[in-house]
Design a protein. Sequence first.
Length: 185
Amino acid sequence: MNPIEELVLNFQNLVAQVPELVQPFIVLLAGAVPFIEGEGAAIIGVVGGILPIVAAIAAAVGNFLSVLIVVLLSSRARSAVLSRQSAHAVAAVGGGGTVATMAAPPAKPESKGRLRFKRWLDRFGVPGASILGPLAIPTQFTAAILIAGGTSRSWVLLWQGVAIALWTTVGTISVWLALQLVVSI
């Protein structure tokens, strides 16, 4: 037995000590962790001996739930910031005065990072950012950036869901094939 086979079997024996009904829940929790995400959690589940379809679904659900929470919190934070800015602008002109009579303060120039993000979003759109984003940063971060940039919640959730399903499926099939063909387990 080669060292990889031994490592996989030892990991499967460890996972087997956990009740079968709890195993998918652990994969679901792992899927909610940034940088592990759906694909990493599904890989952990499949290597641990969980049925690939169960591992993939649990991992994807965990990842999507964490993205949903991030989207809802980011959306509320953006709304609060925008309403505070508009209230501050109204207070700056004297409450009831018109903006036209007062000179508006000069607009703050956009940062290099914001300009770079806008170019990236213009080039790939929300679908591209969602699908290609996990190659660089976790889906939770991508979702928060998209919401902060003003993208609608439903559009972000739709494309993050597609990306999570895609990458979790790719990870699950890849590790399952590797275990079947390379390790022969």
